[in-house]
Design a protein around this ligand. Structure first.
Ligand code: NAP
Length: 506
């Protein structure tokens, strides 16, 4: 099992001890980053392992390796010596590990460590990218059989992350720590066990940043169920970019835990769909949600798609087929219509005139359902050519988000559906169509659920409209994804809990 390590980047030892207490139930090891301590505190590090009550790594990270130490190599070596001196017979009171970079060559330090059972982590950090032959690099790090090799590289794109997984596989016989810094590499921190890494580093967001891409221990252990992940665990995920806020991992990992399914659901921010599909093959991903901006782009890459996807031109769910390739469906559509019908208390949209703002993947799902359920539609989009393209198949009206559209929109205002990302973080005060003034009779749905009430919805509510956000749609579409992935019913009794989890985070 991969261990969870908390990087301690507090300025004082007592602040670091407080961080250990905060996360004690989630962590196995702590790394004392002496480079972050105030100078006076550095003299007191020797007693820290005894106070911490769990195995501690002694690390003094230089700036070139992504740390904060810049007082010269001489004082760094003497700090290492101080940490390793006066070893006690009770090993729990000594540092359990010391992190020595590959270019450190001070035999007395190694000697001191070995004599008192402190294991050496022989580390290499590349803050600018990866190495050509990373398996060779890892193999070359450990100087003796009892050292643990550690390779930390910076992910510039998902291709780098793939190479990290490949190197991990090629060195499966070795005890090692392998990780990929940066947001694109966070998945490798979650999947440390399948990658065969000895541990995964985490940090306390209230302390100095330890390394880019780290999660906090609670998120890693509780939300991603890190301790249950093994090389046999089935991997699911969500692909999109930038994928800054996604609640799908919280939904799926909660359901997996409740249903005792040996699976984990991981976010995969990807600048390119090709890179993601390569990574998915490398990790043998069983299925994935597809989100902004890839819902349309994914379709030509799939082996087969459902009729709905073919008709609406947007796919939000893919599943690996036994023969190589992916199948795709769209669950946004049913998630959208069920949520809206539930809200309005209607069985269909017959006799209703509905405006859809936006013409992207989510709009495609909404428009196809409005059509299927008998509604009449107007599509307005920033790029009016896209609105026109989408409207053609349904013979709906279309236009740009400008004053010319206002008259028609007033006639198509039984329901107004906002499907653009305008109003979500970070631009939460943005409004996609300020020119339109709500009259109060409209039912207004915004597909955004984070924040719970967008500026658009707030304006509609103030005018007396009935408003609905995208939370119920999100959960309903996830429910259909789950049914597709596992071919069994979704545990509906979990829905209130999932809604609560998302509301608390939104
Ligand atoms: P998408 O395919 O990339 O489409 C984005 C749409 O928004 C396009 O029509 C785009 O117009 C428009 N847009 C983007 N930025 C704009 C701006 N600054 N001003 C005006 N229009 C702008 O994205 P998507 O997959 O449809 O997702 C859209 C939103 O729906 C996201 O916020 C997503 O989280 C949400 N969503 C929610 C659920 C749910 O379950 N609640 C499900 C799916 C999606 P152009 O064509 O002019 O670029």
């Amino acid at each position: 099992m991969a261990r969870v390590c908390l990087c301690l980047t507090g300025k004082t030892l007592s602040r670091n001890l407080a961080a250990i207490e905060k996360y004690r139930r989630y962590i196995d090891v702590a790394e004392l980053r002496v480079d972050c301590l105030d100078p006076d505190e550095r003299f007191l590090i020797r007693d820290f392992p005894g106070q911490a009550g769990l195995p501690v790594i002694l690390t003094i990270r230089r700036r070139i390796d992504g740390g904060y130490f810049d007082s010269g190599e001489g004082s760094r070596i003497s700090l290492f010596s101080r940490g390793l001196a006066f070893a006690e017979v009770d090993r729990r009171r000594n540092f359990a590990y010391v992190d020595l970079e590959e270019d450190i060559d001070v035999p007395s330090l190694e000697e001191a460590a070995r004599t008192f059972g402190t294991r050496i982590i022989r580390s290499c950090h590349n803050m600018n990218g990866i190495y050509d032959d990373m398996a060779k690099k890892i193999r070359g790090l450990a100087r003796t059989g009892d050292e643990i090799a550690k390779l930390a590289v910076m992910s510039r794109d998902l291709g780098d992350v793939i190479k990290v997984y490949q190197a991990a596989k090629e060195t499966a016989d070795m005890e090692k720590i392998i990780l990929c810094m940066g947001d694109l590499g966070t998945n490798a921190r979650i999947l440390a066990a399948p990658a065969g890494s000895f541990l995964s580093y985490t940090s306390d967001p209230e302390l100095l940043p330890a390394a880019p891409g780290q999660l906090d221990p609670e998120t890693l252990v509780k939300h991603y169920r890190f301790r249950d992940i093994t090389p046999r665990t089935t991997i699911y995920g969500v692909v999109g970019f930038p994928l800054k806020t996604t609640f799908s991992p919280r939904i799926f990992n909660t359901v997996f835990s409740h249903e005792k399914i040996d699976a984990v659901y991981v976010p995969f921010p990807a600048q390119s769909l090709d890179d993601f599909l390569h990574l998915a093959a490398e990790l043998r991903l069983a299925g994935a949600s597809v989100t902004i901006p890839y819902k349309e782009e994914i379709i030509p890459r799939l082996r087969s798609v459902s009729d709905t996807v073919r008709k609406m031109g947007a796919c939000n769910t893919i599943k690996a087929d036994h023969s190589p390739g992916w199948d795709g469906i769209n669950t946004d559509a049913l998630g959208f219509s069920e949520s809206l019908l539930h809200f309005t208390g209607k069985k269909n949209f017959r006799g209703m005139k509905i405006t859809v703002i936006g013409a992207g993947g989510a709009a495609r799902a909404a428009v196809s359902e409005i059509y299927r359920l008998g509604g009449r539609g107007l599509i307005l989009n920033r790029n009016s050519v896209r609105a026109r393209e989408l409207s053609l198949a349904y013979r709906y009206k279309w236009g740009g988000l400008d004053s010319q559209a206002l008259d028609t929109m007033e006639r198509y205002s039984d329901i107004i559906i906002q499907t653009t990302p305008v109003g979500t973080y970070p631009g939460i005060d943005d409004d996609p169509f300020e020119l339109y003034h709500f009259k109060g009779h409209e039912t207004v749905m915004d597909l955004i659920y984070n924040p719970e009430e967008t500026a658009f919805l707030r304006r509609a509510k103030a005018a007396g409209c009935r408003i609905l956000n995208g939370l119920e749609m999100l959960i309903r579409q996830a429910k259909y994804q789950y049914q597709y992935f596992f071919e069994k019913d979704f545990p509906d009794q979990l829905i209130p809990r999932l809604e609560e989890i998302i509301r608390r985070k939104a």
